[in-house]
Design a protein around this ligand. Structure first.
Ligand code: G3I
Length: 367
């Protein structure tokens, strides 16, 4: 009997010693590596980047996106948030003074609500897709006071309408200059100076104190522009008017560099705001003068490497980035088909024109 106890004690000690020094088993990556494997599972981007560990992955949609059953299935499988690509802009929401048209945006917000998705509001104040009447007073240009009063009315009416259904708003979009100036010389700036920015944020804060307020811009990794945006964020933050910074992320297969992205994210973080990548797409054309190209295997590989590189950086900022919105669902619908070159087909998204995941998709989910 004593021998048996002695034997059991030795065996137990051996097990304990073995366990102590043992490396944990490496987690087996069961994520699909190709389309065949993808078709056998139901998970999507939102599962691999679950919001509590990483960030809400979203996409930009139009009301027409909801008319295509295959597109809707893809949307539901992969995305945890939506942004209205166009229908929350001023030209849709208030095409004439005092005439509000919430129908198209309501459709998107209702869809999001029914499917447990967050909504990012885009955008309350921008110089594009804003009707001329905002800046006119009959036959003459509107005064600064009138323009600011219209801005206030627009923001209060829109935010009140959507109250409780929007996670955060792009309050002001693209107000910083790309060149040597501080502020972009938009019609807003020409009439109001920088006051329109403060008016927009003050009004938004009062209209819905629970909504997160974002400043949103492109080329936000450019070092010179970055510093100007940083200064604006610090100023707004000091006044309690801003909560987040949206880096649009209209990038391409060559740029921006890891260093520029990392430096920008770190800098905006220093301003004490949450970060979003608000309009990500990766053009296959590094230059405006590149001729139209087929989506070759070489380009697919380069794009996969670029997407992989960008998401690797985003993951290192997972505690700071609250959301990543990809600017479109699939390559069958992208604004880049008409910008900067009208009619030059582009393929900037994670799903191809037939809604099939691209190599870039597999790079993004396999980490
Ligand atoms: O609605 C009209 C339609 O009535 C008309 O028949 C048709 C003819 O061209 O145009 C339609 O309007 C288009 C609109 O999208 C809605 O589809 C405009 O021409 C077109 O210029 C507009 O493009 C949008 C662009 O903003 C306008 O600046 C893109 O879809 C949208 O993706 C893009 O999004 C912006 C973000 O809001 C801000 N950051 C940059 C980003 C890319 O430009």
């Amino acid at each position: 009997m004593r021998d048996i106890f002695y034997f059991l004690a030795l065996a137990l000690m051996a097990v304990l010693v073995a366990c102590d020094g043992e490396e944990p088993e490496p987690e087996v990556n069961t994520r699909p590596q190709n389309v065949t494997e993808y078709n056998k599972v139901t998970e999507g981007l939102k599962d691999y980047y679950a919001g509590n560990e990483y960030f809400a992955i979203g996409t930009a949609i139009e009301p027409a996106s909801l008319d295509d059953p295959a597109g809707v299935a893809l949307l539901k499988r992969h995305f945890a948030s939506i942004t209205a690509e166009n229908v929350m802009k001023w030209s849709t929401l208030q095409p004439s003074e005092g005439v509000f048209n919430f129908g198209p945006a309501d459709r998107l917000v209702d869809f999001a609500g029914a499917n447990g998705m967050l909504v990012f509001g885009h955008t309350l104040c921008w110089h594009n897709q804003v009707p001329d009447w905002v800046f006119r007073d009959g036959a003459v240009p509107a005064s600064k006071e009138l323009v600011l009063q219209r801005l206030e009315t627009h923001i209060i009416t829109v935010m009140t309408h959507f109250k409780g259904r929007i996670y955060g708003w792009d309050v002001v979009n693209e107000a910083i200059d790309d060149g040597s100036g501080t502020y972009k010389n938009t019609i807003w700036y020409q009439i109001c100076g920088a006051d329109y920015i403060y008016k927009a944020f003050e009004t938004a804060r009062a209209a819905d104190p629970d909504a997160k307020l974002f400043y949103n811009d492109y080329s936000a990794t450019n070092a010179t522009k970055r510093e100007k945006i940083y200064n604006l964020l610090v100023d707004l933050k000091g006044r309690g008017l801003v909560d987040g910074m949206g880096l649009q992320g209209h990038w391409n297969i060559d740029a921006p560099s890891d260093d520029l992205i990392t430096a920008a994210l770190n800098r905006y973080k220093e301003a004490g705001v949450e970060l979003r990548i608000s309009e990500l797409d990766v053009s296959i054309y590094p230059s405006n003068s590149d001729p139209e190209s087929e989506y070759t295997s070489d380009i697919a590989l380069k794009q996969a490497i670029a997407y992989g590189r960008f998401f690797r950086i985003f993951r290192t900022f997972k505690d700071d980035i609250s959301g990543i919105t990809i600017w479109g669902i699939a390559d069958n619908h992208t604004w880049l088909d008409n910008f900067p070159v009208q009619g030059r087909k582009n393929y900037p998204l994670l799903f191809d024109v037939n809604l099939v995941p691209k190599q870039a998709y597999f790079t993004v989910i396999n980490f």
